[in-house]
Design a protein around this ligand. Structure first.
Ligand SMILES: NC(=O)c1ccc[n+]([C@@H]2O[C@H](COP(=O)([O-])OP(=O)(O)OC[C@H]3O[C@@H](n4cnc5c(N)ncnc54)[C@H](O)[C@@H]3O)[C@@H](O)[C@H]2O)c1
Length: 256
């Protein structure tokens, strides 16, 4: 088992890729704290994966709020008895174009994509220092590596997350804490339509998805477990000398 006795926190953990991460990390021997805003989904997750409550803990938090992003890390550390791994996965597609951009929608995109990752990392480092090492993995996107034609706000947020990664990899290296970022392509999760279906018909959303897929050398969307597998590697000691990288899990979308 690659995460035996590790203490891991995953945000946005009640669905999609985060949920796949919870399942995988538990299978690999970690104790996990799942953070999400969806209390009902977290309760179902716990009942399903760890009814005895020995290795899976949950914290309900709104990570758009600075207090939620900060306090949830300390609550998770209390429940787990420390933190070795943080997968800061929370994010949202946000608005489409920028003409007549709504201030609230813009701020919400920044808050969940960038602010929550920044504030979470700023708190988790205190717990990792106590443990003598750690691994932080952020979630950006292929839109944090190449400009997205659909989502300029999202793209700028995810480029910021990549920048945060490269900066913190250096800042936290003296603490023996590695910092990396995973960059999924369009993924088969509930969030997918947030990218392809904003304000358009189901047919138009399908056409957008097909257009994207046709630009992927491996010719399909990424599955949640494939992203979780990449994060597992970054989290584990197998990647012990890997820090500051952006790891695309995109079927070759960004290699051209
Ligand atoms: N789905 C994609 O196509 C795709 C592609 C690349 C990157 N990403 C990134 O992956 C991450 C999540 O994607 P997913 O597809 O796994 O999502 P998902 O839609 O399956 O799950 C998102 C989770 O985030 C939670 N959440 C929403 N708002 C929250 C808040 N304010 N506070 C706490 N939790 C909140 C939801 O309750 C849900 O459990 C985001 O960072 C996203 O930008 C997604």
């Amino acid at each position: 088992m690659r995460l035996a006795n590790k203490l891991a926190v995953i945000t946005a953990a009640a669905s999609g890729m985060g949920l796949a991460g919870v399942e995988l990390f538990l299978r690999e021997g970690a104790s996990v704290c799942a953070i999400d805003i969806n209390q009902e989904a977290l309760s179902a997750l716990k009942a399903d994966l760890d009814p005895s409550g020995e290795r899976l803990h949950t914290v309900v938090a709104d990570l758009e709020q600075p207090s939620g992003a900060r306090d949830s890390i300390h609550e998770a550390a209390d429940k787990l008895g420390g933190i070795d791994i943080l997968w800061a996965h929370a994010g949202i597609p946000g608005p489409g174009g920028i003409e007549g951009l709504d201030v609230g929608e813009y701020q919400q995109a920044l808050a969940l994509n960038v602010q929550s990752a920044t504030f979470g990392a700023g708190e988790v480092i205190k717990h990792m220092r106590k443990r003598g090492s750690g691994s932080i993995i952020f979630t950006a996107s292929v839109s944090g590596m190449v400009g997205s034609m659909w989502s300029p706000v999202y793209s700028s947020c995810k480029f910021a997350v990549v920048g945060l990664t490269k900066s913190l990899a250096q800042t936290f290296a003296p603490d023996n804490v590695r910092v990396n970022v995973v960059c999924p392509g369009l993924a088969e999760t509930p969030m997918k339509v947030g990218f392809t279906g904003r304000g358009v018909s189901a047919e138009a959303a399908k056409a957008a998805e097909d257009k994207y897929t046709s630009a992927v050398p491996l010719g399909r969307l990424v599955q949640p477990h494939e992203v979780a597998n990449a994060v597992l590697w970054l989290a584990s000691d197998d990647a012990g000398f890997v820090t500051g990288i952006e790891l695309p899990v995109d079927g070759g979308f960004t290699c051209k």
